[in-house]
Design a protein around this ligand. Structure first.
Ligand code: G3P
Ligand code: CA
Length: 238
């Protein structure tokens, strides 16, 4: 079975990573969603891709880590998308979890670069525990030390290892990392059949990002890909 993720929710239909974007994806029939988490000044988990707010509201040039959740909740991040979403605010992870059906797969990406949120792994696992949501979860990150920390705290949780640049024999790196990785999430640009086959031989699933073109998607499926992250509802709802 190929498992496709609505990348940041349905980001072409509603502001990325917000509750409406997640609802669109879920209501449309997505089997999996992807979202990014960061920590506020008062160490609450909010769902946003950038470490700065600016792209979502130019009046707020600051960093997520410098706002409290109460302050974040006063900031409109929907108007830049369209007037229809004026007043939409960033969601907490807890708010998103509350609308997710039990069988939905949720990929939670820890955004830990360039700012490193010390202890975000503990906060994330506590949130998942409190919300009784420790299954159907993949925790991923480009920060492999964050994955190591998650594994130390909860060895049972599924881990997704994100890759950006091409690497020499990344399957050997992953195998030798000591991490109990279930899936590798490479940039799509270099994800070809040989790459997928090599990771499969080592026992890892391959979920490339971000695949929006149907022809490219069809080729990856024919090469045995396990799923993709996509902004295109024609791909993530099927
Ligand atoms: O998790 C896949 C993808 O979301 C990683 O890149 O920059 O969109 O978070 P980015
Ligand atoms: Ca992401």
């Amino acid at each position: 079975m190929v498992l496709n993720f609505a990348h940041r929710g349905s980001l072409t239909e509603a502001p990325e990573n917000t509750l409406p974007a997640m609802m669109m994806a879920i209501d449309g029939g997505a089997q999996a969603i992807e979202l990014d988490v960061q920590l506020t000044k008062d160490r609450e988990l909010v769902v946003i891709h950038d470490q700065k707010l600016e792209r979502f509201n130019p009046d707020y040039p600051g960093l997520i880590k410098d706002y409290t959740l109460a302050e974040i909740k006063q900031i409109d991040v929907g108007s830049v998308f369209s007037d229809e979403y004026k007043g939409t605010t960033l969601a907490t992870l807890q708010e998103i979890l509350a609308i997710c059906p039990d069988d939905l797969v949720i990929n939670i990406e820890i955004k830990n670069i360039p700012i490193i949120y010390e202890g975000i792994e503990e906060v994330l696992l506590a949130c998942l525990d409190q919300n009784k949501r420790l299954t159907q979860i993949i925790i991923s990150s480009f920060d492999h030390l964050a994955l190591e920390k998650v594994q130390q705290l909860n060895p049972a949780i599924s881990l997704g290892l994100l890759l950006y640049y091409r690497m020499l024999k990344p399957w050997e790196y992953v195998k030798g990392s000591g991490l109990n990785i279930s899936s590798v999430h490479p940039h799509v640009s270099y994800t070809d059949k040989a790459f997928i086959d090599a990771f499969h031989r080592y026992g890892y699933k391959v979920f490339p990002y971000t695949v929006n073109d149907l022809e490219q998607y069809g080729k990856l499926v024919s090469h045995g890909v396990d799923g993709v992250f996509s902004n295109n509802p024609e791909i993530f709802i099927r």
